[in-house]
Design a protein around this ligand. Structure first.
Ligand code: 13P
Length: 249
């Protein structure tokens, strides 16, 4: 049985005081039977790190450099994340891919570097609306998985969660139907089985992301291959994130 994993991606939101009050509400009013992560922007990591120390709430970052140090203006290295107590990093988010030009190869480099520094990875994949309408969703996602995981060992897969986020469902209020999401999740699981083994595929946590809300978490999580959620908008308020993070499959 896979343990459900709920992650809140705060994207580019909040100041330190706002972050602190949200985290305090999650810790005071939420429970942690599921694995739960929050990923604040870089500027809030130290504040949130201090607040979650000694609790079960996992601290994640939203991105990371391809390099460890040096002449990379504006970038943040895995060493800096580790220094702040960050445990996991979201890589390959569609906003990084589409707005900032991250390719599958860049995402692969980042995954290797994160794992080298013992950061867990939430590796995001997902097709655009045009790709879905052209009937290419499966092919695109399979290709992202294959290239993103190039030269990642079976042992390293223990530190990787895959998040399927159809780009057209992010921040739009449109959710993939639970059946459509589950179909792609099963394609991903099958591909992991082909690349590694049935055991690794069975253990892999696959999150769904894209307009997850308290009102749709039940039907999404009801699907066999959906093991968690990567939540944007609804992760910004305790009253909407707590029912999701506590959802008991
Ligand atoms: P929304 O939940 O706001 O659609 O965002 C999803 C997402 O991109 C999480 O990474």
């Amino acid at each position: 049985m896979r343990r459900s994993y709920m992650a809140g991606n705060w994207k580019m939101n909040y100041t330190r005081s706002e972050a602190l009050s949200l985290v305090k509400e999650l810790l005071e009013n939420g429970s942690f039977k599921n694995k739960v992560l929050v990923a604040p922007p870089f500027t809030l990591l130290e504040t949130v790190s201090n607040a979650v120390k000694g609790t079960e709430l996992i601290l994640g970052a939203q991105n990371m450099s391809t390099a460890e140090s040096g002449a990379h203006t504006g970038e943040i290295s895995p060493l800096m994340l580790k220094d702040l107590g960050v445990q996991a990093v979201i890589l390959g988010h569609s906003e990084r891919r589409s707005i900032y030009g991250e390719t599958n190869e860049i995402v692969n480099t980042k995954i290797h570097l994160a794992l080298k520094h013992s950061l867990e990875v939430i590796f995001c994949v997902g097709e655009t609306l045009e790709e879905r309408e052209a009937g290419a969703a499966e092919k695109i996602v399979r290709d992202q998985v294959l290239k993103g995981l190039k030269d990642i060992s079976e042992k390293q897969m223990e530190s990787i969660t895959i998040a399927y986020e159809p780009v057209w469902a992010i921040g739009t209020g449109k959710t993939a139907s639970p059946e459509d999401a589950d179909d792609i999740h099963s394609v991903i699981r099958k591909e992991i089985e082909e690349l590694y083994s049935k055991e690794t595929a069975d253990q892999l946590i696959i999150q769904y992301g894209g307009s997850v809300k308290p009102s749709n978490v039940k039907e999404l999580m009801g699907k066999a291959n959906i093991d968690g959620a990567l939540v944007g908008g609804a992760a910004l308020k305790a009253e909407t994130f707590i029912p999701i993070m506590e959802y008991n499959k």
